[in-house]
Ligand binder design. Structure first.
Ligand code: DQA
Length: 138
């Protein structure tokens, strides 16, 4: 099984960015742990700070992967186009947010992706990605 993980803007800074909110582990380190925990799964990993690149990645990964895990980061709350990209593909998309967006500013309570996603995991830290992989692989 092939799972694509797509991370949006500023998630390349995990480990140093607002560590009280997002934790101290970099995504590269976490991804290695994930690969060890799920050796039978092939992972594709894309991170971009650019909206159009994320849309390209969603479209391309929908062809080559069986399922997508998407954290659109700040674009979650602003991007009609990323919501449209998720709606346009037939592969399941699990939306993940590391922090509990509902305990933060009200502008983070809106998601253009949640209505189009198969499901959403919010506020469980990096564990959310692992739970999404577990769900998709079962
Ligand atoms: C985030 C939450 C967003 O509101 C924020 O803009 C992010 C990360 C999360 O994973 O908690 O960059 O998607």
């Amino acid at each position: 099984m092939k799972i694509a993980i797509i991370n949006g803007p500023n998630l390349n800074l995990l480990g140093t960015r607002e560590t009280a909110v997002y934790g101290e582990k970099s995504f590269d380190v976490f991804l290695e742990e994930l690969k060890l925990a799920f050796p039978h799964i092939e992972f594709i990993y894309v991170q971009s700070n650019i909206e159009g690149e994320l849309i390209d990645a969603i479209q391309k990964c929908s062809i080559v992967a069986d399922a997508l895990i998407l954290n659109p980061a700040g674009y979650t709350h602003t991007s009609v186009a990323i919501g449209d990209a998720v709606a346009a593909i037939s592969k399941p998309v699990i939306e993940v947010h590391i922090s509990n967006v509902f305990s933060r500013e009200s502008f983070r309570h809106q998601s253009f992706v949640s209505p189009k996603a198969k499901g959403t995991i919010i506020g469980l830290g990096l564990k959310g990605y692992e739970l999404a992989v577990r769900f998709l692989s079962e």
